[in-house]
Each structure stands twice: as structure tokens, then as C-alpha cells.
Design a protein around this ligand. Structure first.
Ligand code: Z5A
Length: 209
């Protein structure tokens, strides 16, 4: 029986990485085997592509080059990690997936949606997450959480970029029934209570998958 595919999304600092362990632990407590992964990355080659994408460089990165690198990493991640795990009946929890491309390359960079959709079909056909947790917070409410960090190429973008990314996420979440938007400005225990509620229907169905 195929496992469930869960993704965590949101702008930087909203708590995806923090809550990934919590999501995995909640699933394991229900007796289900889970693979924790991330994008860009999730296999050795895809992690190398991640390094290329995040590195700060003097040469401007063309939007199309960034987009193709994101999908190259995703193709490897699907073939090497996600699809084998789902086929083996494991659940997969990924820190970001294709919704991030619509938000960052679409909303943030202005790449048109049809181009992203073409690559999405090419790289993962009909495979979509079963549940996407969109952790949402305005830029100002999480900026202080990130102070003191070394900033990668994306994190050096300005506030208006992150506002476009956030708007991209919210637009998608409103359109797609698999997305649950969670207010990430709440204290962590309240965020995690909302996560448990969002996971409950999938976990109830775990025995039937
Ligand atoms: N990218 C892309 O452009 N296109 C794509 O298709 C994909 C990705 C897949 C790397 O992603 C970059 O790749 C990303 C977009 C691009 N760049 N950006 N920006 P990433 O996921 O590795 O990078 P990130 O979003 O910058 O991760 P992050 O900064 O680590 O954020 P986070 O994982 O959401 O936050 P966190 O590390 O869990 O939490 C940040 C701090 O807040 C930490 O100290 C926590 O303890 C604290 N925290 C968390 N929750 C709370 C609450 N509720 N209250 C108080 N404090 C909290």
C-alpha cells in the first residue's frame, strides 16, 4: 500500500524545520514508518544542486536557470528518495516541494505559472502531496527569529520579494484542498496543536492505506 506524502511550506523562518521533527514524531507514534526529507535536496546529488542554488555569487542567476536547477534536484529526489519510500509503504514528510516553486520562482521571481506547470507535469506527473501544511506569518513577525544567521542567496532578498512569496503561498492554499494554512505567529505549542488537528484525518486513514 502506498504511503502518504506530506509537505511543509512557508516563507523563511516560519518554523518548517522546527515542526518537521514534530510531524515525524506524531506519525511514528501512530505506528507508521516515516522518511524525513527536504527540498532542494534529499539525495546526495540533489543536495549538491541545493548548494549551487543557495550559494551567494557575483554572477546573476537567470530565473530559468534557477527554475531548471530546482526541478533537476526534484527529479533526483523523487527517483532516489520519495517514490521508493512511498512504494514501500512509508510516509514521506518533506520540508518544501513544488508549492515552493510556485511561491518563490512564480510569486517571487515572476516566472509564469504555465511554465512551472509544464515542468511539474514532466517531473512528477500526477504525484502530488496528500497534505500540505502552509505555515504562514507576515515578514515582520518572523524577521527577528532569523537575526544573526549567515544569509544564503534567497535570504538576501528584500522584504517585497518575501511578501510576493507569501502571497503566492496563500493564493495556492486557497485553491488547493490538500493545503491547510496554519498561523505560524502563534506560540509553538499552539502551532503544533493545529498541526495535530491537520494530520488527524490522514492518521485515522493510516490503517486503510
Ligand atoms: N526554494 C525555491 O526557491 N524553490 C523551490 O522550489 C524550493 C526551495 C523547494 C532553501 O529552503 C531555499 O530554497 C528557500 C527557498 C528556496 N529559501 N528561502 N528563504 P530552506 O527551507 O532550507 O530555507 P528557509 O525557509 O530559509 O528555512 P529556515 O530559515 O530554516 O526557516 P524555517 O525552517 O521555516 O524555520 P525554523 O528554522 O524552523 O525556525 C526559525 C527560528 O524560529 C528557530 O530559531 C525556531 O526555534 C524559531 N521558531 C519556530 N517556530 C516558532 C514559533 N512558533 N514561535 C517562536 N519561535 C519559533
Amino acid at each position: 500500500m502506498r504511503g502518504a506524502f506530506i509537505t511543509l511550506e512557508g516563507t523563511e523562518g516560519v518554523g518548517k524545520t522546527t515542526n518537521l521533527d514534530f510531524v515525524c514524531a506524531t506519525i511514528r507514534r501512530a505506528g507508521v514508518e516515516v522518511v524525513r526529507t527536504r527540498e532542494p535536496g534529499g539525495t546526495p546529488l540533489a543536495e549538491e544542486i541545493r548548494d549551487l542554488l543557495l550559494a551567494v555569487r557575483d554572477e546573476p542567476v537567470a530565473d530559468i536557470a534557477e527554475l531548471l536547477l530546482v526541478f533537476a534536484a526534484r527529479g533526483q529526489h523523487l527517483a532516489g528518495t520519495i517514490e521508493p519510500a512511498l512504494r514501500a509503504g512509508c510516509w514521506v514528510v518533506s520540508d518544501r516541494f513544488t508549492d515552493a516553486t510556485y511561491a518563490y520562482q512564480g510569486g517571487g521571481r515572476g516566472v509564469d505559472e504555465a511554465t512551472i506547470a509544464t515542468l511539474e507535469r514532466l517531473v512528477h506527473g500526477n504525484l502530488q502531496p496528500d497534505l500540505t501544511l502552509v505555515l504562514d506569518a507576515p515578514f515582520d513577525s518572523v524577521a527577528s527569529r532569523l537575526s544573526g544567521r549567515t544569509r544564503d542567496r534567497f535570504e538576501r532578498e528584500q522584504r517585497d520579494f518575501f511578501e510576493r512569496v507569501r502571497a503566492g503561498y496563500l493564493e495556492r492554499a486557497a485553491e488547493l484542498s490538500r493545503c491547510v494554512t496554519i498561523d505560524a505567529t502563534q506560540p509553538l505549542d499552539r502551532v503544533q496543536a493545529d498541526i495535530v488537528a491537520a494530520l488527524a484525518p490522514l492518521l485515522r486513514g493510516a490503517g486503510e492505506r
